[in-house]
Design a protein around this ligand. Structure first.
Ligand SMILES: NC(=O)C1=CN([C@@H]2O[C@H](COP(=O)(O)OP(=O)(O)OC[C@H]3O[C@@H](n4cnc5c(N)ncnc54)[C@H](O)[C@@H]3O)[C@@H](O)[C@H]2O)C=CC1
Ligand SMILES: N[C@@H](CC=O)C(=O)O
Length: 301
């Protein structure tokens, strides 16, 4: 999220890496080939085991060391007192760890994430991350959309230059792109899905790709980065009726509701310029039962 700091001489920065699957392993390989003494891997965990050493773990030996590691409870707790400069890398798809991202930032740690659930999950969490970054924290999110393509960076630079993002369209799933590219129906689609998993394109649970959930998360991250909010909007006008996700400007009338609010704008001959607007909780037993009672009482009139 922050612009990358200029690489400058300094003491080693301790790295805690969560996740040793497709992405985590590839990162370890890159670290092993990097010869960069300022990045010192000190902690590695997968969902079952963890291993740590304040003196550092050679990335090339890290997976073997992990096999001998102690049991890991899946949490984002770190065995050392966090110090400024320490970096946590989340290469998992764990919701539990995503919930740790604001906490790590609060502790003064830098966070680098491939996990989309922190910025692409609950709004309060994404907002806290954005606020921590605005206050000087470091949050690397380049891997969350486009696997490192310069998408989020490009949006931020456009906005920093005063531009206003009016729309974004994209093919955002590598898995779906690969599954559909050239598929002629001769092979079982399930075999193709298995191959996408084997190639390391798919999410840990490939249903997240197949249902479009992964794309939804990415769209949410992009929308938040573009200063827009996603709403599922129903529209009825002379062109017909339609309903679907829309990325609205944050000050759009339909974007202003909170929680489970419904928010409806009505244009009419009378309300031509500015629509009549009605807003309030649009679901829940209390309001619904009250509406039923209203109608019952109306029957008595
Ligand atoms: N595969 C890809 O091309 C890309 C993946 N990503 C993201 O990277 C993340 C990882 O993806 P993959 O490596 O493909 O998944 P994977 O399933 O191969 O690896 C996930 C790793 O996380 C570990 N893990 C799960 N919960 C954990 C916890 N609570 N604590 C510690 N470790 C835990 C698992 O044991 C495993 O080692 C996902 O969030 C994915 O969306 C992002 C961009 C591209
Ligand atoms: N499963 C994802 C991986 C990158 O985010 C995809 O297929 O795009």
């Amino acid at each position: 999220m922050s612009a990358l700091p200029k690489i400058r001489p300094g003491p080693p920065r301790r790295i805690a890496l969560f996740g040793a699957g497709t992405v985590g392993r590839a990162l370890l390989e890159r670290l092993a080939g990097l010869d960069e003494p300022r990045l010192r891997l000190c902690w590695l965990a997968n969902s079952r085991r963890r291993v740590g050493s304040p003196d550092g773990i050679a990335p090339a030996e890290a997976l073997a060391r992990l096999q001998q590691g102690e049991p890991h409870d899946g949490s984002g707790w770190l065995p050392f007192a966090p110090a400024p400069g320490d970096i946590v890398v989340d290469a998992t798809a764990s919701e539990d760890l995503a919930a740790w991202h604001p906490r790590w930032l609060r502790q003064g740690l830098a966070v680098v994430s491939a996990n989309k659930l922190a910025l692409g999950g609950p709004l309060a969490r994404a907002r806290e991350i954005q606020q921590r970054v605005a206050a000087g924290g470091f949050y690397g999110d380049a891997a969350t959309v486009g696997a490192g393509l310069p998408l989020l960076r490009c949006l931020r630079e456009l906005r920093a230059g005063g531009d206003r993002i009016a729309g974004i369209a994209g093919v955002l799933s590598g898995t779906l792109a690969w599954l559909l590219d050239g598929y002629d129906g001769r092979d079982a689609f399930s075999a193709r899905v298995r191959e996408a998993v084997a190639r390391g394109y798919a999410e840990p649970d490939p249903r997240v790709d197949l249902t479009g959930e992964d794309v939804r998360r990415k769209l949410l991250i992009l929308a938040r980065c573009a200063g827009r909010v996603l709403r599922y909007v129903a529209r009825l006008d002379e062109r017909g009726a339609r309903a679907g996700l829309e990325a609205l400007a944050a000050d759009d009338a339909l974007a202003l509701g909170r929680g489970n609010d419904n928010r409806v704008a009505i244009w009419s001959c009378r309300y031509r310029e500015r629509p009549l607007q009605i807003q309030g909780p649009g679901a829940g037993a209390g309001v619904t039962a009250a509406a039923l009672l209203d109608d019952l009482l109306r029957c008595l009139r």
